[in-house]
Design a binder for this molecule. Sequence first.
Ligand code: ADP
Ligand code: MG
Length: 259
Amino acid sequence: MNLELVRTHLEELGLCHAASVLDSRSEQAVKAGWSYIEFLDQLLQEETATRRERSLKIRIRAAKLPTIKTLADFDFGAQPGVDRRLIQELATLSFLDRTDNICFLGPPGVGKSHLALALALRALEEGYTAYFTTLDQLVNDLRQADLKQRLEKCLRKYLRPKVLILDEVGYLPLERSTANLLFQLVSRRYERGSIILTSNKSYSEWDAFLGDPVLAAAILDRLLHHSVTVNIRGESYRLRDRRKAGLSMPPPTREVMPA
Ligand code: ADP
Ligand code: MG
């Protein structure tokens, strides 16, 4: 009778997981001689853990990560060009509070996207929101929205998350009007939300792929004012795997092909 009443209260309060385990935990409490506080602690802990897990799943789905990559899976030994201590510092996520940006630069296959995705996952695990897009997807989306007079609404999708992952910057050259849309996004996130960017281009090459040195300077100015650049110069992890397996090497990747 009492148990029924408690369950109803828990359900009304929205503590559905606690309600569902109430019977078994109260039985356990009697058997193990838990104090009232221990019993309550057990119920609330389980409720909190279930909620956290659910919230993480929802945020991971909303972040549109193409794959789950973790820092634990990143083999620092295979990539001496990456400073492990710096990555560990970034993994504390203090850069998010400072709204610093992170730019991973380097040739294809060196782990730029892996590290960007792993940091995004860390942010999600700590309760933040994230959103992943390639630059190509982003500018297509913004361009379509602009044509339909819905740019503002579309921009908000990219401004809202605590951290925006902008992958594969620089693979395809942009037209001036498109580069201008990128400028709008970068300048509106400036000092408001972090961007984690990956690119196969060095900053000196941005003039060329943005097609306008003034615009390139304006974008880089905002992007780099509070930022950390991680230059990765190493062998492609994909090719290294092939080489180790004794497979022949494929022809060199064309510069314009996304990694
Ligand atoms: P990039 O974005 O620099 O082109 P990726 O991050 O996509 O390269 O890496 C290519 C593949 O190799 C991915 O599957 C990634 O998980 C893996 N990889 C790259 N570097 C490492 C590393 N140091 N340790 C473990 N896996 C790695
Ligand atoms: Mg990549």
